[in-house]
Design a protein around this ligand. Structure first.
Ligand code: 5GP
Ligand code: MG
Ligand code: MG
Length: 179
């Protein structure tokens, strides 16, 4: 275990099993629907890569980068699009792939943007959820793991751009970000 990690919440193997399970459910639910799968960069890139291999329907992928935290550990509520989609979502069945939902502000902003661009449907899958952090009434359609109220890193999630490459999800020692 990395020295800056206080506790591992879900191991590499547990995440692998969960992603496979989510992929099977999405395969069933998106049968015959040709979705546009949108990865919310950067945090969701590892989840996206592992998940799409388990979704056995014809699909397209695109990538969008948004930021709401800067280098802080709490959402500012201000969401900025740093990289927009390359393709139009008009009339498309969109599947948003998120890493984690905390306040819900990022997701509610994204859903709003995609609906205003006339997506036919917007479905959300998130690997992690911290329902205790919610400031808007919003939930994903599909959730991997529910986490306690803590700042977590690994499996794509960062603190100040580090720790994304850890293969598990764990709680960062508070002394790492309070110094
Ligand atoms: P929200 O807008 O729901 O508060 O936060 C959404 C985004 O903030 C997530 O997609 C993620 O990028 C980041 N975030 C929220 N909670 C955590 C966390 O515990 N750890 C890390 N590394 N990022 C988080
Ligand atoms: Mg995210
Ligand atoms: Mg981040």
């Amino acid at each position: 275990m990395h020295n800056d990690i206080q506790e591992i919440l879900h191991s590499e193997q547990e995440i692998r099993d969960k992603v496979k399970e989510l992929g099977e459910i999405l395969t069933r639910d998106f049968e015959g629907r040709n979705p546009l799968v949108i990865c919310v960069l950067k945090g969701a890139f590892i989840f996206m890569a592992d998940l799409v291999k388990e979704i056995r329907v014809p699909l397209e992928m695109d990538f969008m980068a948004v930021s709401s935290y800067g280098a802080a550990t709490k959402s500012s509520g201000v969401v900025k699009i740093n990289k927009d989609l390359d393709v139009s979502v008009e009339g498309r069945e969109v599947l948003i792939v998120e890493d984690i939902i905390d306040s819900g502000l990022t997701l509610s902003y994204l859903i709003d943007v995609l609906e205003r661009r006339n997506a036919k449907s917007v479905t959300v899958v998130t690997l992690f959820d911290k329902p205790s952090g919610r400031s808007v009434d919003l939930d994903a359609d599909y959730t991997g793991f529910t986490l306690p109220h803590a700042f977590v890193v690994g499996y794509g999630l960062d603190y100040a751009e580090y720790y994304r490459n850890l293969p598990y999800i764990g709680i960062l020692k508070p002394e790492v970000y309070s110094k």
